[in-house]
Design a protein around this ligand. Structure first.
Ligand code: CP3
Length: 365
């Protein structure tokens, strides 16, 4: 018996019945039978919630990510309010990069901004490997949360090498990723050195979260859809595979997500995921044919649909639950993050509707 403060590891490696590793969310990730389709929302912990805006009123984004008490409170807010099937750690993809020594900030309304964008091998060398002590606030926050959450699973996450590299090379958000691609095509050796270093930092960051007790991890490669499949396989997949295969023995499901990735779904599964995130452009039955039956899917409501009248939301939610039945496992989510202007009450209603529709269908067999 391993130490089981988390409920993720239990006697003989079997999940504790009813514990987080036996939750509908983790079971769906593992393609096991579930009592209802589990649901959570990317960016559920954030600006659509008034209680979040209140907490963050006088605290910078990076500072709030480094305060375990705030991280725990913000992570719990959407769980209390919506009754989602999983919590996601409140943090940001650039948190480990900052811990690795890169001078950056998260600017409200813009996103991550890097003081000195990466241009040379010396810039890559300055990105230090990280260990638990560099992100002890994350270790502490996860441990607090695992206790508070009880049977509700906590999802840990990190940014994938391509998406992180994009912020580091551009210096901030970019629509075209032009500087990133110029470096990738023009200086492939430097590109691979940068991505290898970022894969190392990302893997360490996820290891800290797994060791502290998260029940699943999600690797966000939000901007991978900017690449063709051939270039994705050549320049990106090997580095994401380093991260995902590095967690193969961690005993928690690995979710791999990107936006605009219709052409990459198969490759993103092959990179070593248990679950592939799908955006709203690809119906889940079509996505399942591309990904194969040995992985589950997560998605894929268009976040802008939540701004439409409820009748529209309801039709779309029902369609997605139905199409998700073609997959060997389905975690209901949005196709990308919750938009700040979303009415939180609509999110609560979506959770209830997904549970209701999927439970009834399960009874009918
Ligand atoms: O999902 C969650 O609820 C957990 C929290 C979370 C945040 N960022 C908090 C955050 C997660 C999972 C992320 C991941 C993240 N960060 C990604 C991948 C997911 C995606 O959306 O594609 C990316 C690309 C980033 C980089 C980043 N950080 C962006 C683009 C922004 C938005 C800029 C803006 O203000 O519109 C951020 C800032 C950020 N990260 C906020 C939050 C709650 C907003 C900060 C604020 O409240 O001022």
């Amino acid at each position: 018996m391993t130490t089981d403060t988390t409920g993720t590891a239990a006697r003989d490696g079997e999940p504790r019945p009813g514990g987080p590793a036996d939750s509908p969310f983790v079971r769906a990730c593992r393609r096991e039978p579930v009592p209802h389709t589990p649901v959570w929302f990317m960016r559920q912990a954030g600006r659509s919630l008034p209680e979040y805006r209140e907490i963050r009123a006088n605290v910078g984004m990076l500072e709030s990510c480094r305060r375990p008490d705030l991280v725990a409170e913000i992570t719990l807010q959407p769980v209390r309010r919506h009754g989602v099937d999983a919590a996601i750690l409140f943090s940001d993809i650039v948190v480990p990069v900052a811990a690795a020594g890169v001078d950056l900030d998260i600017v409200p309304g813009t996103g991550p901004v890097v003081a000195e964008p990466v241009r040379t091998a010396a810039d890559v060398e300055r990105i230090r490997p990280i260990g638990r002590d560099d992100v002890s606030y994350v270790d502490e926050a996860v441990r607090l949360l695992v206790t508070e959450l009880g049977d509700t699973p906590l999802i840990g996450f990190a940014g994938a090498p391509f998406t992180l590299a994009s912020y580091l090379v551009e210096g901030g958000p970019s629509r075209t990723h032009a500087k990133t691609k110029a470096l990738m095509y023009g200086q492939p050796e430097l590109w691979h050195a940068l991505c290898a270093r970022l894969a190392e930092v990302t893997l360490s960051f996820l290891r800290v979260q797994v060791d502290a007790g998260v029940s699943a991890v999600q690797l966000f490669d939000s901007w991978a859809g900017a690449l063709s499949e051939a270039d994705y396989r050549r320049y990106v997949l090997p580095h994401s595979a380093t991260v995902l295969s590095g967690l193969a023995d961690a005993g928690v499901p690995r979710i791999h997500f990107g936006v605009g990735t219709a052409e990459l779904l198969g490759a993103m599964g092959e990179a070593g995921a248990d679950v592939v995130g799908v955006d709203w452009r690809t119906p889940l039955d079509v996505a399942t044919r591309r990904i194969g039956r040995d992985r589950a899917v997560q998605g894929n409501l268009d976040p802008t649909v939540l701004l439409a009248p409820w009748s529209v939301v309801e039709t779309e939610v029902r369609r997605i639950v139905e199409q998700g039945r073609a997959a060997p496992g389905h975690v209901f989510n949005l196709g990308h993050g919750v938009l700040p202007e979303t009415d939180p009450e609509v999110l609560t209603r979506v959770v209830a509707l997904v549970h209701e529709v999927s439970a009834r269908r399960a009874e009918q067999g």
